[in-house]
Design a protein around this ligand. Sequence first.
Ligand code: ZN
Length: 67
Amino acid sequence: MADAKGKKQKKNKPTSKKYTKYKIDGDTITREKSCPRCGPGVFLMKTKNRLYCGKCHYTEFIKSEEK
Ligand SMILES: [Zn+2]
């Protein structure tokens, strides 16, 4: 029970937190995809199998097939 790895509890906050668009996994930084219509700075919301822009309603489907 003594998990002293310094895990911070995640709280559910409202959306549009830009800093959450950068996922840091180990020493790899993954950036979310930005909207091709609105340009960089407007990130696409990621849902189960698609990306969605809340600004221009652009939707892009995520291909689950990997090489
Ligand atoms: Zn857009």
